[in-house]
Design a protein around this ligand. Sequence first.
Ligand code: GLP
Length: 246
Amino acid sequence: MRARVFPDYEAMSVAVAYVVAGKLEEEPSLVLMLPTGITPLWMYRRLVEMHRSEGLSFANATFFNLDEYLGLAPDHRASYHVYMKDHFYGLINPDPARIFVPNGAAPDPEAECERYEAAIREAGGIDVCVLGIGRNGHIGFNEPGAPFDSRTRVVKLSESTRKVNASDFETERAPERAITAGMATIFDSKSVLLLASGTNKAGAVAAAVEDDVSENMPASMLRSHPNAVLFLDEPAASDLGHGVAG
Ligand code: GLP
């Protein structure tokens, strides 16, 4: 796993947007897996600008989202469906038939997870997976302890994640459960770009890069991935030891 450190959030966001755009130009039918959260917002913003001003086309790409809260209908304002529509899919030119976000309101969530994995297989697997990281090292909604061989499934969220993510809701906690792409689903991606910004991610970044590879630190799994790159701003890299980042 390589780490690239940028002076600030904007520089990191622009760099990752360029990587995604470059891959899309090489392979217009790219299959992407995409995150939500605050971290990827400026990457999306830059990709939207490239679409508007430079003609970057997403028409032949396929999009999968990493996760969704269980119990939220796709039109719930805190759902990741709405997030993606507002920040990305609604602002570019995707083929709606090739946008996949887990349906948190599916009557049979287990069947929804199987359907999701099958759709990924039918698309030929993920080419580029863009990830954020939780303060506890979670990727997607794979919380500490998530088995490295897990696939898309229903998971229980940790208390800390539910608290951090509560700001999207009018309650004190985000929902209890979610559907997430699994650890193995993520690992099978040809290329993984993990984004982290801010000092509140520095501890998780350092643990993922420098401590043992362990299911207790989900992001550490990427250390054995053949093509995983960390995009960090300086605050997120601030706990890394010498010689690791650069
Ligand atoms: C959420 C999402 C993750 C995301 C993480 C970090 O819980 N499920 O996919 O990477 O939190 O979010 P943020 O970028 O807002 O810090």
